[in-house]
Design a protein around this ligand. Sequence first.
Ligand code: PLP
Length: 441
Amino acid sequence: TETRPSDGIVGPGSWSLHRRAIQALVGGVNSPSRGLEAVGGGAPPYIARADGAYLFDVDGRAYVDYVQAFGALILGHARPDLREAVVRALERGVLFGACHEMEVRLAERLQVVMGAMCERVRFTASGTEAVMTAVRLARAATGRRLLVKFAGSYHGHFDAVLVGAGSGASTLGLDESAGIPDGVKADVATLPYNDAETAERFLRERGDEVACVLVEPIVGNFGLVEPEPGFLQRLARAARRAGALVIFDEVITAFRFGPGPVYPQLGVEPDLITFGKILGGGLPIGGYGGRRAIMEQVAPVGPVYQDGTWAGHPLSMASALATLEILTAETDLYPRLGRLGQALAQGVRDLAARHGVPVVVHQRGGAVCAFFTREPEVRDFGGVQRSDARAFATFFRSMLARGILLPPSPYEVWYVSAAHGEEEIDKTLQAIDRAMADVAR
Ligand code: PLP
């Protein structure tokens, strides 16, 4: 695909960088989710600058950005007050490799906004590290080996969670990455999401082997899929009956639907929580937390080891503190994201119907995704796998050509940011009208 002639959807500057990239970076990328392999291939736009709801590429083309760094951003790009907070921290030094006040303040803030799930907290440099350690902690706390997770969910890129993984791995058909030892696979069980009965049966039959059940309380990695009423409750009850811990991976959902975790909105509490993405305000971050008794099994208090050169990075802490302040102070932020998300979702439904294109559209707050499927609903990974990937590819390319950047995969969610406004939504709906016509053709 790399040598395809330019089809006009990105300019010569992006093509030129793409040709250089594939000769130097493996596959031309540093994260496979950023390539266009799943949507027909060719050069992706190479970004020179970002501002608010927009990305600008090296050819000077502007894109309304619905990738928002794969859900890491909610305030849009380069927000001045956030940037100033990071610059002020930068002026005091970049990296201390020592304890500092900002990490204490951020942990104290999380005790407030995360409640019991952050009686004690530990920051990491990424979501992957946070989940990796939470699983290790659960295995240590229970003395058991088995990790139960759900097909198509993505929890980062360490061995155990790449067994049956979603997101970028699904995009490339690599739900089973090479290089994972059989011994690791033997300690992972992958169940279908939204199927409480199967989970209950599994936990009844093999519950005494299960260390933890790891779940995205709302899935953000095979599109946006919400738990059906009772699913998480039944799952948590069955896990606890089996003596296993419940880990909610809120790397995507925390701070996405309100200025804290999403689990209180769903009416079920986990034993451990992981988070990352949005909290960092664009800088790398991850973290895990829980009640004091379990968290104090982590070193140096307890025997579960985890550390990190970049953990609690001063710039990430400064950016997170400023982000939290904005998210809690701007009371209309989440309702507004909800209104824009709803307008976008309804627009997709209406325009798809006008062109006779069958879609199922999911939306919560500013998170939206459209599945090109004839099925009446999408409730699990299988439903997404059966959707029409070619229709999505046509739609994606048509949107890109019209200056609207969606994630280049039917497994990713579109994010409206606080920097998006009605003007951007209108422009997007105009492009969707044309793109649906292209899909129908
Ligand atoms: N968990 C979930 C639910 C995610 O969506 C991701 C990343 O997309 C991760 C964990 C891994 O986070 P990171 O990319 O920061 O390592």
